[in-house]
Design a protein around this ligand. Structure first.
Ligand code: 4HQ
Length: 139
């Protein structure tokens, strides 16, 4: 099952939801034009036209890469097991991931400022942590 995608600023905005839809194809073929784009008759061979954002690139190649990376990380077996894409960054509602912290607990800057890991994350209280993460999510 193959999907032919044309990259164009006039296309439908690329989103995480669109990425999920594209996982159902066995192959994606990207048409990445340069300069003024491609001859209108190419539309005959295109299944859909996608834009990665409201700005103008010189060519569609970066759009093809953005879509390839976004879709491929959703496929089983593409990521290492601790990276679990579904759960980590995007839940089913496509909300953007919460902030992450690692060690040390306190990072001291050159001018002596102490940047701390939020207390709740050190508490071990999983329900509270879940609530905090939800409150921090960008959507
Ligand atoms: N393009 N999202 C290719 C884009 C674009 C976008 C401009 C596509 C140039 C030739 N592609 N043409 N935005 O700006 O995907």
């Amino acid at each position: 099952k193959i999907r032919v995608i044309l990259l164009s600023p006039r296309g439908e905005q690329f989103t995480q939801t669109k990425a999920k839809e594209l996982t159902k194809y066995d192959q994606l073929i990207f048409i990445a034009g340069r300069y003024e784009g491609v001859d209108e008759r190419v539309a005959e061979f295109v299944d859909e036209t996608i834009s990665i954002g409201d700005y103008v690139l010189n060519g569609g190649e970066l759009g093809a890469m953005v879509i390839t990376e976004t879709v491929s990380r959703l496929l089983p077996g593409v990521l290492g097991k601790d990276e679990s894409s579904q759960e980590e960054s995007f839940s089913d509602d496509d909300s953007v991931e919460y902030p992450h912290y690692t060690r040390p607990e306190v990072f001291v800057t050159e001018d002596g400022k102490e940047l701390k890991v939020p207390e709740v994350l050190l508490s071990g209280h999983h329900a509270e942590i879940k609530k905090w993460r939800k409150s921090q999510r960008k959507n």
